[in-house]
Design a protein around this ligand. Structure first.
Ligand code: SAH
Length: 228
C-alpha cells in the first residue's frame, strides 16, 4: 500500500525509473562497453543513474541514445560515452575528494557519487546551478554545490585527489594543477572550439606533473566569470 502511494507520488513528481528505462539503459551500457570502455565499476555505476531525469523534457525520449543534448543556458549534457571515458580516465576510488568543474545537468556528478567519491561541483551558470540541485537532491545525491568560476578551482577546499573538467579550456588552468594532491590527477579537454584533446595530468610530486593525451573530443568552452 505505502509502496503504491510512494510510486504514484514519484510518478507525479516525475521521478520514476521504470523497468523500461532500466532496459534501455542496459542497452546503452552494452553499446558503450563495445566502444571500448573497460572499467566495469564505471559501467555498473552508469547503470544506476537514471539519465532521463537529467534531460531537458524536449529530448527525454532520447535519454538512452549515446548522444549529447542541449540543456538550459546553451549548454549540453555530455554524450554518455564521453562521460564514461572521462570517468574511466579519472580512476576514482571510494572516499576520494573530487572536484568537478561544470555541473551542467548534474549527470556526471551523480556518477561520481555512485562511485563513492565525495564530490565538490561548481557551475558558472546560475540557472544550471539551481536546476542541478533540484534534480540531484530528491534522488538522494549529495554533492557540495558551488556557484562560481571553476577556472579558479576551490582554493578554500583544496587539495583534491581528482579534478574533472567537463568543459574545454584553451590552456590547462594552473590554479587547478595547484589544487591537486601529490598523486592526484586532473582530466580536462584541452583545445579550442574546433576540437580538443583529452588530457590527463598526474601530479607526481610537489612540482612535477606528468601529462598524457587520450584522443579528440568536442566540449562546450570553459568560460571565465559567472553568469546570472
Ligand atoms: N557534466 C555536465 C557537462 C555540462 S557542459 C553534464 O553532463 O551535464 C559543461 C558545463 O560547464 C556547462 O554547464 C558550463 O556552464 C560549465 N562551465 C563552463 N565554464 C565554467 C567555469 N569556468 N566554471 C564552472 N562551470 C563552467
Amino acid at each position: 500500500m505505502f509502496k503504491n502511494i510512494h510510486y504514484i507520488w514519484a510518478n507525479i513528481l516525475g521521478l520514476v525509473d521504470s523497468y523500461r528505462h532500466k532496459g534501455l539503459r542496459n542497452k546503452l551500457i552494452d553499446s558503450i562497453r563495445s566502444k571500448g570502455i573497460k572499467n566495469e565499476e564505471v559501467l555498473e555505476a552508469m547503470g544506476r543513474v537514471p539519465r532521463h531525469l537529467f534531460m531537458d523534457s524536449s529530448f527525454i525520449n532520447f535519454s538512452y541514445t549515446d548522444k549529447a543534448f542541449p540543456i538550459a543556458a546553451g549548454q549540453t549534457i555530455s554524450q554518455p560515452y564521453t562521460v564514461a571515458f572521462q570517468t574511466e580516465l579519472l580512476d576514482v576510488q571510494r572516499h576520494q575528494k573530487v572536484l568537478e568543474v561544470g555541473t551542467g545537468s548534474g549527470y556526471q556528478t551523480a556518477l561520481l557519487l555512485e562511485l563513492g567519491a565525495r564530490v565538490y561541483t561548481i557551475e558558472r551558470q546560475r540557472q544550471l546551478f539551481l536546476a542541478a540541485q533540484k534534480t540531484l537532491t530528491p534522488l538522494n545525491y549529495k554533492p557540495i554545490f558551488f556557484y562560481g568560476d571553476g577556472y579558479e578551482g576551490l582554493p578554500a577546499y583544496a587539495p583534491f585527489d581528482r579534478i574533472l573538467v567537463t568543459a574545454a579550456a584553451p590552456k590547462i588552468p594552473q590554479s587547478l594543477l595547484n589544487q591537486l594532491t601529490v598523486g592526484g590527477l586532473l582530466v580536462i579537454p584541452e583545445g579550442d572550439q574546433f576540437g580538443q584533446k583529452m588530457m590527463r595530468i598526474v601530479r607526481e610530486s610537489e612540482d612535477h606533473f606528468q601529462r598524457s593525451e587520450h584522443g579528440y573530443f568536442s566540449f562546450v568552452p570553459l568560460l571565465r566569470g559567472k553568469n546570472n
